[in-house]
Design a protein around this ligand. Structure first.
Ligand code: EPU
Length: 337
């Protein structure tokens, strides 16, 4: 474990924003993590996972701790299911590939989501009809202040749409070091309700898909809509889909008859922010080195040399415009630092 000085974070965030960390350390064991958290010389610390859900807008005059703790193990195995523990520094997609290689099912719809295992519970990652919480059993975490180890079970985590206790009341207080999932070994429950999955499977003539087929289908859908962060900097959906009262929605529908929505509760609906942003004319717009992705308006992109402030200002312009046109506030999904 070595603390380095003045390190560029360009390759540690999927937006590819070039800011400097004054101090930087990569951690590969829980023991080293506890040691570094206890260091009094660095009172302010930032925990960094895969850097796939953050927008860096300035140099960080603090200690950045990159969580690189690896390892996947089977905790328990029964006839029909298995409990698998993955450490925080494992790449999320590589972990899925490992599960598919062993024919463990449950997270195949979450294929190709960028980021690491340890940060996945924070925003309860979700896609194509599945959320992390559906297979989550528990996560182990270290208290940043006391360095004590704690286990959070599913009910402790208060998972919601792109949300958990780690984004709410316990924000910034814990480092997740591993996550345990309950996965199926046979009789896999395939989630194919999402329209695009059905269409893609039938266009390929697949009638009885396997979990690998679902994964391949999700990968194909994502690749057709979402930019690959290795080629074009981005952080997936920049905004959350807003949840609005039905009464507000009904009013909007009078003006915009094609506005889509998903039911949330008796009184609320979710509206795709991508639709609002597209309707506001931003889809595919490029402003120099940054812009709005041409195939999915929810995704802001860095074509190369954009600064975090460029992207932040664009996001504010989009928020203001959506507010003015639809009277809806859209909230950033990514963490802005
Ligand atoms: N839409 C548009 N224009 C766009 C994008 C979307 O009109 O440019 C409308 C269309 O009506 C479309 C609907 O929005 O049918 C839904 O679009 P999509 O299936 O792409 O899903 P989304 O609601 O835009 C959410 C997640 C994605 C996830 C997909 C699939 C959020 C904030 N985003 O997007 O998550 O992959 O569903 O489940 O909930 C991410 O979090 O980084 C992410 C990519």
């Amino acid at each position: 474990m070595q603390i380095e000085q003045n390190i560029s974070l360009k390759h540690y965030n999927t937006f590819g924003i070039d800011v400097n960390a004054k101090h930087f350390v990569s951690i590969s064991s829980i023991k080293d993590l506890k040691t570094v958290l206890a260091l009094k010389d660095y009172p302010d610390k930032l925990i960094l996972g895969g850097g796939s859900n953050m927008l860096l807008t300035k140099d960080l005059d603090i200690l950045v701790i990159h969580i690189n703790i690896k390892g996947i193990s089977i905790e328990k195995e029964e006839e029909n299911y298995v409990l698998v523990k993955a450490h925080a520094g494992e790449s999320w997609h590589e972990f899925i590939l490992w599960c598919l290689g062993n024919n463990y099912g449950g997270i195949e719809n979450l294929s190709l989501i960028p980021g690491n295992v340890g940060t996945a519970p924070i925003q309860n990652i979700g896609a194509y009809g599945v959320e992390l919480k559906d297979t989550f059993v528990s996560c182990d975490a270290i208290n940043i202040k006391t360095q004590e180890a704690t286990t959070f079970f599913k009910e402790d985590c208060k998972f919601g749409y792109r949300s958990s206790i780690f984004k709410q009341e316990e924000k910034g207080k814990f480092v997740i070091t591993s996550v345990t999932f309950k996965l199926t070994k046979k009789n896999h429950v395939l989630k194919m309700n999402y329209g695009a999955i059905k269409t893609e499977l039938s266009s390929q003539g697949i009638k009885s898909p396997t979990i690998k087929d679902i994964s391949k289908t999700v990968i194909a859908i994502r690749q057709s809509k979402l930019p690959d962060p290795k080629r074009i900097g981005n952080s997936g959906s920049f905004f959350k889909n807003p949840i609005i009262p039905k009464s507000v929605f009904n009013n909007l529908q009078e003006h915009f008859s094609d506005i889509p929505s998903y039911p949330v509760s008796k009184t609320e609906v979710k509206v795709p922010a991508g639709w609002l942003i597209e309707k506001a004319g931003f889809k595919g717009k490029q402003f120099g080195d940054y812009g709005v992705h041409k195939n999915q308006a929810l995704v802001l992109v860095n074509y190369g040399g954009a600064s975090g402030l460029d992207i932040l200002n664009l996001s504010r312009l989009i928020q203001k415009t959506i507010k003015r046109l639809f009277n809806i506030s859209i909230e950033a999904e990514v963490n802005i630092l």
